[in-house]
Write a protein that binds this ligand. Structure first.
Ligand code: GUN
Length: 290
């Protein structure tokens, strides 16, 4: 079993981006600028945004965090998005999801200028992804593809089961893995809560990508000997032995699954850092496109 080390891979990507930022600076040009909008007080979202901003600092990007109250109205958020769309100094921005329940996240996504949608969530970018046209690819699936690329993992002709059909991870992941690219060219099945014979299906996967949001859902009997297992799940579980009061648990029962795998990611240092690195790549791309 080989652990897919998202921390070291993402560090490599950050170094590559930092070099590009040095070149931009040496030409006397404006550096890329990412803004992140955080609405409300969700602890995990606050952490994610703080990490994204820290990454920007590390590679030499400018960054702005916009914090808005839990009670922010939908219109106030849409006004802020319009402001960011019009701000020439900002190359790309994200609105961290989930937003509070009284705000329609689809309206939020539709309001973002596709040229600044570095999350790749809006219809134009999702459509371009489906058509194989240049786009901003959603950060988590893109980060997983980058792991396959950097570890030279063979995907062609393999059976890839994607567990979960979210707009952010499962659906774009399935599109990417089925495209005529390398990595890609896999035979893809999307599985979800209504899928029958889920255990057998997962156990038939050469590559199993799990983004279902249920802690330790994938057990050893669901994994084929030699499979590649990618765990996207990250749920906070109370743990009084930790200073933070919680620990992150993945969607895969790592301890019991790992010895069956050829490659596997762990809940920390796996997909998460790769997602963050992809956001930096997309921000650089947004800057280059202008
Ligand atoms: N919430 C969970 N993942 C993401 C992401 O990739 N982008 C945004 N904006 N919110 C998220």
């Amino acid at each position: 079993m080989q652990l897919l080390d998202g921390s070291s891979c993402s560090e490599q990507i950050r170094q590559e981006i930092a070099l590009k930022v040095d070149e931009i600076k040496s030409r006397g040009e404006r550096v890329p600028h990412l803004a992140a909008v955080l609405v409300g007080n969700d602890g995990a979202s606050q952490n994610y945004v703080a990490f994204k901003i820290k990454d920007c600092e590390q590679v030499g990007f400018n960054s702005t965090t916009i914090r808005m109250e839990e009670t922010t109205t939908e219109q106030e958020l849409l006004d802020k998005i319009a402001e960011l769309n019009a701000d020439d100094d900002i190359d790309g921005f994200i609105v961290q999801l989930p937003v509070p329940k009284h705000i329609d996240d689809n309206k939020v996504i539709l309001a973002i200028d596709p040229r600044k949608d570095v999350d790749g969530f809006c219809p134009e970018n999702v459509g371009n992804l489906s058509l194989g046209l240049p786009t901003f690819i959603s950060a988590t699936p893109n980060g997983i593809m980058e792991l396959f690329r950097r570890y030279n993992i063979e995907t062609e002709g393999k059976h890839c089961v994607v567990l979960g059909r979210s707009n952010i991870v499962g659906t774009p992941m399935a599109v990417l893995m089925s495209r005529n690219t390398n990595p890609g060219n896999a035979t893809v099945t999307i599985a979800h809560s209504r899928t029958k014979n889920l255990k057998e299906l997962c156990a038939s996967a050469d590559i199993l990508i799990v983004a279902i949001g249920k802690t330790e859902f994938v057990t050893a009997d669901m994994v084929k000997e030699g499979a590649v297992v990618i765990d996207v799940g990250q749920t906070r579980v109370p743990d009084s032995s930790k200073k933070s009061g919680f620990r992150n648990v993945g969607d895969v029962d790592f301890e019991n699954v790992k010895d069956k795998c050829s490659y596997i990611t762990y809940v920390t240092g796996g997909v998460g850092p790769m997602t963050r690195a992809s956001l930096l790549q997309n921000t650089l791309k947004a800057h280059q496109r202008r």
